[in-house]
Design a protein around this ligand. Structure first.
Ligand code: NAP
Length: 309
């Protein structure tokens, strides 16, 4: 039987619907809606698309968004100055700096910028304070993508406690916080990466497999135990015809889309995994919408805390 497809868009809408009364309550107490500042530096096309989606969702949810754009030639100091301004603003509850930052800013620019965000406004959860709070299971802001995955599992009735979970990928923004959140929910967690020996064998042990790799269609049926829940974090734009054929052979509609547009968005998980998995998330329409919903949830929480202070 093919896997149940988990509808990220529908779950994201549920989360946003649940936020509506809290947004109204913030509006009453602060005399303004929750405020999100988005800092966008440079002209990376994918970043512009992500920011547009976040901005639209936040505005549709009744929040106020301040978009701070800087040219690709902006310096680290200029970017830090914008962050400081947002830190000081009484109208901003949450700050998001869209990554990647331009490479000319230096290899640890993103880290320095995340370090500068007021932890009370760190709705992306990337600052070292937020990472420490997550590690110690203290209240704080967890990164939106892994937090969204936990929310998705809960709302889909998928048990985490006691499950054997394997996370492929160990980035600071997805893999590591994902492992920590699963551990806090009493899963038994293994984290895999590019040096993991015999990855398919380790991945096949998972009841719950999370792929956050950044390689199109990398996870195949050889990595998946029959009936496992597979969460696909990957967002990869494929432009190569042979690669599109390899991944979309069983998805004629999406392949036709590739032929029309010359590119297509795919996950880290090969769609044929649906024949082995018990449940899985699609790309697009899986984890992506949850990430945005959790950004909204974190911003409302930040505003709530401010209103309660
Ligand atoms: P990243 O920082 O590049 O990390 C990728 C991880 O995958 C690394 O830990 C790397 O291992 C591991 N990896 C790479 N090749 C591997 C291999 N052959 N075998 C096993 N592990 C391998 O990426 P990221 O920021 O975590 O993002 C991962 C993917 O998720 C990307 O496609 C990104 O676009 C997507 N993403 C989606 C959302 C969303 O909202 N849906 C949000 C964030 C990210 P090493 O550490 O050993 O190098």
């Amino acid at each position: 039987m093919p896997a149940r497809i988990i509808d990220g868009r529908a779950i994201s809408q549920q989360i946003r619907d649940d936020l509506a009364p809290r947004i109204a309550s913030v509006r009453e107490r602060l005399d303004r809606p929750p405020g999100l500042a988005i800092v966008l530096v440079g002209d990376d096309p994918a970043s512009h698309v992500y920011v547009r989606n976040k901005l639209k969702t936040a505005e549709d949810s009744g929040m106020v968004v301040t978009l701070e754009t800087l040219p690709g030639s902006a310096t680290l100091e200029e970017t830090l100055a914008v962050v400081e301004r947002c830190n000081a603003s009484g109208d901003v509850d949450g700050i998001l700096v869209q990554s990647p930052l331009p490479t000319a800013m230096g290899s640890n620019a993103a880290q320095q910028v995340f370090d500068a965000i007021d932890p009370g406004k760190d709705v992306d959860g990337f600052s070292p304070i937020s990472a420490g709070h997550l590690m110690q299971r203290r209240p704080g802001f967890a990164p939106c993508t892994p937090a969204g995955i936990i929310e998705m599992l809960d709302r889909s009735g998928i048990a985490i406690e006691g499950a054997r979970a394997v996370v492929i990928g160990r980035s600071d923004i997805v893999g590591k916080p994902m492992a920590m959140l699963l551990l806090h929910r009493n899963a038994t967690v293994t984290v895999c990466h590019s040096r993991t020996r015999d990855l398919p064998r380790v991945a096949r042990e998972a009841d719950l497999l999370v792929a956050a790799i950044g390689r199109a269609g990398f996870v195949t049926q050889a990595h998946v135990k029959s009936g496992a829940v597979v969460i696909d974090v990957g967002m990869n734009r494929v432009t190569d015809a042979a690669e599109a054929r390899r991944i979309l052979a069983s998805q004629p509609k999406r392949h036709a889309l590739f032929e029309r547009r010359g590119s297509v968005l795919v996950g880290d998980v090969h769609p044929d995994v649906a024949e082995t998995a018990g449940a899985m998330t699609p790309v697009p329409g899986g984890v992506g919408p949850l990430t945005i919903a959790m950004l909204m949830a974190n911003t409302v929480r930040a505003a709530d805390l401010r209103a309660a202070a």
